[in-house]
Design a protein around this ligand. Structure first.
Ligand code: SAM
Length: 150
């Protein structure tokens, strides 16, 4: 497992800029069975364990109609990922590649996306399968799959 500030041969980190270009709002929190990166799957599986997505107010009203979908696209903020690597080694691959050639969580804007199976909607909480994020990961957005309603 990578240490927080580790740089491997061939990797390159850059200074981070202080300013922000967009102000994102965390609209909820994701509960998963994984509290460490070692335990967490690299990509979610639609038959993976149950996870829960809880929306914060006032965004719960935005869930209207969501129970009609069996699949959803979930976007989340990989809040414990470093953001300064422009070249990095993928898991168990010593060859460093450009960050945008990888789905690594370590990227300038650490946004993760997964297609999940929607199992249940109960008030402000969605029960889903298919995630690959740490317990407590902030929620950015939920969308129906692309071929559905716009
Ligand atoms: C490879 S990323 C893939 C995320 C998403 N499925 C994607 O493709 O955009 C998943 C990995 O990110 C790491 N990770 C998950 N949640 C994180 C968090 N909140 N902060 C930092 N790293 C996280 C874990 O090591 C996990 O195995």
């Amino acid at each position: 497992m990578r240490a927080d500030n580790e740089i491997r041969p061939g990797e390159l980190a850059v200074p981070l800029v202080e300013t922000t270009d967009a102000s994102l709002v965390f609209i909820g929190r994701i509960q998963t069975p994984w509290s460490s990166r070692e335990e967490c799957p690299r990509q979610g599986r639609i038959d993976g364990p149950i996870c829960r997505i809880t929306l914060f107010e006032p965004w719960t009203q935005a869930l209207d109609g969501i129970s009609g979908y069996d699949r959803l696209e979930v976007l989340y903020w990989l809040h414990r990922a470093r953001r300064d690597l422009v070249r990095q080694c993928a898991h168990s691959d010593p060859l460093a590649r450009g960050t945008f050639a990888l789905r690594s969580p370590m990227r300038p804007n650490p946004i993760g996306t997964s297609i999940v199976a929607l199992e249940d909607v109960d008030g402000t909480t969605l029960t889903v399968r298919g995630l690959d994020c740490l317990d407590g990961t902030p929620l950015l957005d939920i969308k129906p799959p692309r071929h559905r309603l716009c």
